[in-house]
Every structure is written in structure tokens, then in C-alpha cells.
Design a protein around this ligand. Structure first.
Ligand code: PLP
Length: 390
């Protein structure tokens, strides 16, 4: 009976809620629905990480409050991880902040850095939680279109100096959700240059840093010279180590940004359960075969899916990383109409592109989050619809 605050009412509406509900109705009616609409990894966490949590949860000192700002051993492990994987030096104490998953950090950062009415550059299409962060900060979003013509990278030339000067924050995400695009080192170099010139803080969401294909390891933003002066990278263990349910990640980079996140978190959470921090540290510093195997598994799924699409006459661009394929929608349908057709006639769930922003219109996002056989079957069912893309 109590009213929500005006602040909560500014949060964007969950665009996919209606489709999820409709999909559940089809499942309840006994249809064999292949759900490729969500981004929830389908594999379990590697056993050595689960075992680490089991052992760590017996430690009674871990049953007490964790230290404010997280366990030093996890920050140390994150620094070692960046050195080993990307040859980036980070000071664990001042350049790393532990997060409750990437999502918390991405929503907190605008609150930490922006005042009401400030501008934030966000990719369109993009991960909808960027909008939530802006809403809670009272910030205004300025969209950077990601188009196929520009390989789903923002075209900095198309943003005029006035818009760049007024922007305080810029969000980027590669490998990209939802388009599956990858950025290269030169793009990040250009980003640092631009950010320095216009005094913009860059937040690079590296959620799919562990999922790159065709032998191309996704580069870290922090590898670009001067990146630490211009922003932070948000890393999550959710995807790289299949730990989505554990809610653990970290932000790395610029000291002033890290100290702002720590300040906010001191007032909200203290920190995560120490046993989870221990298991996360062991994931980052332990055997890495699981990461390579996982990436290879997504690559196999991608290949099966894209080959099957081509066989039904859909000439789809193969994603270079992440675990999403970005399929153009056949004419004359909108992405929401096509998602409805897929559900109603093929019993396949895909996320309509419009849910990721105006430039997402004309596409649906398919998550490669089921086994190869089911993915091939999904495409076969789509083929039977007799619809074609240009
Ligand atoms: N960023 C992107 C682009 C994502 O797709 C996700 C999860 O789906 C996240 C961040 C957040 O991941 P988590 O909160 O599990 O770390």
C-alpha cells in the first residue's frame, strides 16, 4: 500500500518481462520451447572453484564481517590476473574495487560520478542496466549508435565537440552485448585520446572478456596507454568462470573512480561473504583450462548456429565474442513482431532488439546458451517459417 519513491519510478521498464511471461505460457501449455532470449550461462561453475567455496565456508573467521572494501587477497588476485592476462600493472589497494557482480558496479558508477542533469554517453543498442545507472543518478543519456556499417563501434567522428565536451562519462562494452562485436586495441587507443581531450571518464564493461573467438583474445581497455588516467574497466567472474549466481566482480583502473566506488559501497554493503571472495581469488589465480574450454564451447555453438543459419539462406554475421548472435529481422516485421512470430510459430524465444535501444530495431538477439543440437533445431524451426533476410 506504500507508494514507490519518485526515484524508483524513473527506472526503465523491464522490456522483456512481457515476452518472458508469454514464453512461460507456451511452456505451461506443453510446447517444447527453445529459450534463447536470456543471457544466463547454462553450465555449472568449475568444480575446483566450488570446492574452494566449500573449504572456505568452514573458516570461522570468514563468518564474521569481511573487511570494508573487500578482502586484500581478492584484490591481489585481481591484480595478478590483469598482469598475467593483459600485462597491465594495477595497485591492488588503490586501483581495484570489489563488486557484487558487474551489474552493481555499472549501476553504481553513474551515481558515484555524476550529478543531476549531467550527460553520459551510452551505446545504442546496449545493455539496459546502463540506463538504470543513469536513472538513479538523475543523469541524461546521450546515445552513440552502433551500426553494422561501423562494425558496431561508436563513430566518434559523428559526435560533435559540444556533445563530447558536455559528457562526463562514457560507457563501452566489448565483446559486445547484444551485437557480438569485438573492439581492437586501436579503437581503445582512440578512445583514450578522445576521453583525455574532452575530459570524459570511460567505463569499459568487460563482462565478456573471457569469451573471444577465432583465436582473437579480446583486448582490455586498460592495455591502452593512458587508460588508467581516463577510466576503469568493470570485470565480472559471471561469464569467464560461469559464476553468474555468485555475484562477484571488480572494477580496475583510475584511483579516483575506485575510491568513489569504495566510498559508496562502504555505506551500503561492507563487502561480499569472505568465502566467496576466497573462491573468486582461486578462480582468478588457479587453473585456467576451464576458461579456454568454455570459450571453445561457445565458439562451437556459434559455428553450428551460424552454419545452420546460412543453410536456411540467412547470411548472418558471425559474432566475434560474447555469447550472442545478432540476427537481422525479415521485412516487414519489427523486432517485437518477429520475436512474437518466433515464439508463436517456431516456439523459439529471442530477445527483440528494440529492448536494447532504438538502434536495436531491425534485429533480435539470440543467446548461444543451450547445447549444439538444440541450437541447430532452433534454426531448423526458423527455416520452416519461410521468411528471409536481405
Ligand atoms: N554487462 C553485460 C554486457 C552483461 O551482459 C552482463 C550480464 O548479463 C553484465 C554486465 C552483468 O554481469 P554480472 O552482474 O553477472 O557480473
Amino acid at each position: 500500500q506504500f507508494e514507490q519513491s519518485t526515484l524508483l519510478n524513473t527506472l526503465p521498464k523491464q522490456f522483456f518481462a512481457a515476452l518472458t511471461k508469454k514464453a512461460a505460457q507456451y511452456v505451461n501449455a506443453g510446447h517444447d520451447v527453445i529459450n534463447l532470449g536470456q543471457g544466463n550461462p547454462d553450465q555449472p561453475t568449475p568444480q575446483h572453484i566450488v570446492d574452494s567455496l566449500k573449504d572456505a565456508s568452514d573458516r570461522t573467521d570468514f563468518h564474521r564481517y569481511p573487511p570494508f572494501q573487500g578482502q586484500p587477497f581478492l584484490k591481489e588476485a585481481a591484480a595478478q590476473f590483469y598482469k598475467r592476462e593483459y600485462n597491465v600493472d594495477l595497485d591492488p589497494e588503490t586501483e581495484i574495487a570489489i563488486l557484487f557482480g558487474g551489474k552493481a558496479g555499472l549501476v553504481e558508477l553513474p551515481m558515484c560520478l555524476l550529478n543531476e542533469g549531467d550527460y553520459m554517453l551510452v551505446p545504442d543498442p546496449g545493455y539496459p542496466d546502463y540506463w538504470s545507472g543513469a536513472a538513479l543518478a538523475g543523469a541524461r543519456m546521450d546515445y552513440m549508435p552502433l551500426t553494422a556499417e561501423n562494425r558496431f563501434l561508436p563513430d566518434y567522428e559523428a559526435i560533435d565537440a559540444e556533445r563530447l565536451d558536455r559528457a562526463k562519462l562514457m560507457l563501452l562494452n566489448y565483446p559486445n552485448n547484444p551485437t557480438g562485436a569485438q573492439a581492437d586495441a586501436a579503437f581503445f587507443d582512440g578512445t583514450v585520446e578522445l576521453a583525455k581531450k574532452h575530459n570524459i571518464c570511460v567505463v569499459h564493461d568487460f563482462a565478456y572478456g573471457g569469451v573471444g573467438f577465432d583465436g582473437q583474445k579480446p583486448p582490455s581497455f586498460l592495455q591502452a596507454e593512458g587508460a588508467k588516467e581516463t577510466g576503469v574497466e568493470v570485470y565480472t567472474l559471471s561469464k569467464t568462470y560461469n559464476m553468474a549466481g555468485w555475484r562477484v566482480g571488480f572494477a580496475a583502473g583510475n584511483k579516483s573512480v575506485i575510491s568513489a566506488i569504495n566510498l559508496l559501497q562502504d555505506h551500503m554493503y561492507v563487502s561480499l561473504f569472505s568465502a566467496i571472495q576466497q573462491a573468486a581469488a582461486d578462480a582468478l589465480t588457479g587453473p585456467q583450462d576451464c576458461v579456454r574450454e568454455l570459450s571453445a564451447m561457445y565458439e562451437r555453438r556459434r559455428n553450428i548456429f551460424i552454419d545452420a543459419c546460412r543453410k536456411i539462406g540467412w547470411n548472418v554475421t558471425a559474432p566475434a565474442g560474447s555469447f550472442f548472435a545478432w540476427l537481422p529481422v525479415p521485412k516487414p516485421y519489427t523486432s517485437a513482431q518477429f520475436a512474437d512470430i518466433l515464439l508463436e510459430q517456431a516456439h523459439v524465444v529471442a530477445a527483440p532488439g528494440i529492448g536494447f535501444g532504438a538502434y536495436g530495431e531491425g534485429y533480435v538477439r539470440v543467446g548461444l546458451l543451450t547445447d549444439e543440437k538444440r541450437l541447430a533445431e532452433a534454426v531448423e524451426r526458423i527455416g520452416k517459417l519461410g521468411l528471409f533476410i536481405d
